[in-house]
Design a protein around this ligand. Structure first.
Ligand SMILES: Cc1ncc(COP(=O)(O)O)c(C=O)c1O
Length: 456
């Protein structure tokens, strides 16, 4: 920690006393005082009172333009009128039946119209659907092993809780990354079944296939890695993985939990013109409600129809969430909305680029669809090992500096990115840029000092 960072944290503590008190009260009742480890950070997390459109208020009544948007789950913004109306109408008609109803078919049709899939099964979280997608792949191929990318996050089930944020002393050589469990409690057998390749490295992926012919059920990939900031696939990389899967008889899973709604109407499949075997959707497709889905061609989903692969869930397709999902697909994720968010995101990324240049900050900014980020690196991040070199204190200086001035620039954590919602306005982007312009010179000075200290 250095002086200017300490200063920002003291300002944060003065502005957010009620969050501190609420956190202290929660600590005895919940580990870390929160309900998801990602919500816990030093000195304590901001507690939110309410949100509307592109803004939220904390417990002290401070107003923020919110670019966290629930870790990217709210391209609809807070309380989108169409979603709120649809949910309010449904609430009086029964909230759960555990029996089929027509909204599920309607929403499945919407998904099949946008993605290269023929059938859909719904769930409630990203974790759930990546788990079911992998089970489907294992069931269909009769193989146990999966291949995931180092540093990729696909939720919290055992198969994918491997090499999520491995430390340099754990991860081995880049040409053959060591699978590292991301939590205690992951069975050794799970770790053994999850093979790891660096993102953007087709040669290593191919070598892994050669070493394990007929053993790999699937490759699961987030088309743009969004748990290391924003890491774009090299041209041809996703197509290359597609070909490898086809060649070695493995299934190709796109984890579009983040990209599905926010990149384009047809998600990364449309954006990159790649057709995976299974698509996983969650976050922004629910418009603020816990909705998720995995989808594929009928021939593969027949595994479920033929009772070979099992899928179930009490809360699946509860009508409240389905009403929210339908309103989101029909009234939020429209061509006009994509034009709006693309325009605002370009304006924000371009603004960041100019400020970075003006202040000589060693950093870059990049964006895709509704997402973008400030990346405190001298060259583009191409994989997890590039990302790990971040100056964490400098990033915290950025985040607290922005938050203290009324902008939540992205979720707290340097592996995340901002989300632009349909509710954000030009004025919100201008305020974001004004605040960054105020914060950036201090960041550049601190960075220079830190480079000088490191060089000594
Ligand atoms: C790419 C990706 N996949 C899966 C998940 C897990 O989703 P959930 O938190 O809804 O379980 C996330 C969550 O951030 C994610 O970013």
């Amino acid at each position: 920690m250095y002086d200017d960072l300490n200063k920002e944290i003291s300002i944060f503590e003065k502005r957010t006393r009620k969050s501190h008190a609420a956190h202290e009260k929660a600590m005895p009742y919940m580990p870390l005082g929160v309900s998801s480890n990602f919500r816990s950070y030093e000195p304590y997390p901001l507690f939110i009172r309410d949100g509307n459109g592109g803004h939220v208020h904390d417990l002290d009544g401070n107003d923020y333009v919110d670019f966290n948007m629930c870790f990217g789950a709210l391209m609809a913004g807070h309380c989108h009128p169409a979603v709120t109306k649809a949910v309010q109408e449904r609430l009086h008609l029964g909230t759960m039946f555990g029996m089929p109803h027509e909204l599920e078919r309607e929403l499945a049709e919407e998904i099949c119209a946008r993605f290269p899939v023929e059938q859909v099964r719904f769930g409630n979280s990203g974790t759930e659907v990546t788990m079911h997608a992998i089970r489907l792949a294992r069931g269909a191929t009769g193989r146990d092993k999966i291949l995931k990318m180092e540093g990729a996050y696909h939720g919290v089930h055992d198969a994918v809780m491997v090499s999520v944020k491995p430390k340099p002393h754990q991860y081995g050589d880049t040409s053959a990354p060591t699978p590292v469990p991301a939590s205690a409690g992951i069975p050794v057998a799970s770790v053994e079944n999850t093979l790891i390749a660096p993102f953007n490295d087709l040669a290593v992926a191919e070598r892994i296939f050669q070493r394990h012919p007929k053993e790999i059920a699937c490759v699961i990939v987030e088309p743009i890695m969004m748990n290391v900031g924003i890491c774009m696939p090299d041209p041809g990389y996703l197509q290359g993985l597609r070909e490898l899967c086809t060649r070695y008889g493995a299934l190709f899973i796109f984890d579009e939990v983040k990209t599905g709604a926010k990149l384009a109407r047809g998600g990364a499949c449309e954006y990159f013109k790649v057709t995976p075997d299974i698509v996983c959707l969650a976050k922004s497709i629910g418009g603020g409600f816990p909705l998720a889905a995995f989808a594929s061609k009928k021939a593969l989903m027949d595994q479920i129809a033929e009772h070979k692969v099992f899928h179930a869930g009490t809360y699946n397709t509860n009508p409240v969430v389905m009403a929210a999902g339908l309103a989101t697909f029909r009234e939020v994720l429209t061509p006009k909305a994509y034009e709006h968010i693309n325009r605002l995101n370009t304006k924000l990324v371009d603004g960041y680029k100019q400020i970075i240049k003006k202040t000589s900050l060693t950093a870059y900014s990049t964006g895709a669809g509704a997402n973008g980020a400030l990346l405190l690196y001298s060259k583009p991040v191409r994989n997890y090992r590039d990302w790990i070199e971040i100056d964490v204190d400098l990033w915290r200086h950025y985040w607290f500096g922005m938050v203290n001035r009324g902008i939540i620039p992205q979720p707290h954590w340097w592996d995340e990115q901002w989300t632009i919602s349909v509710a954000h306005t030009d004025a919100d982007i201008e305020k974001h840029l004004e605040v960054f312009e105020e914060v950036a010179p201090g960041l550049a000075r601190a960075q220079q000092d830190r480079f000088a200290t490191a060089a000594r």
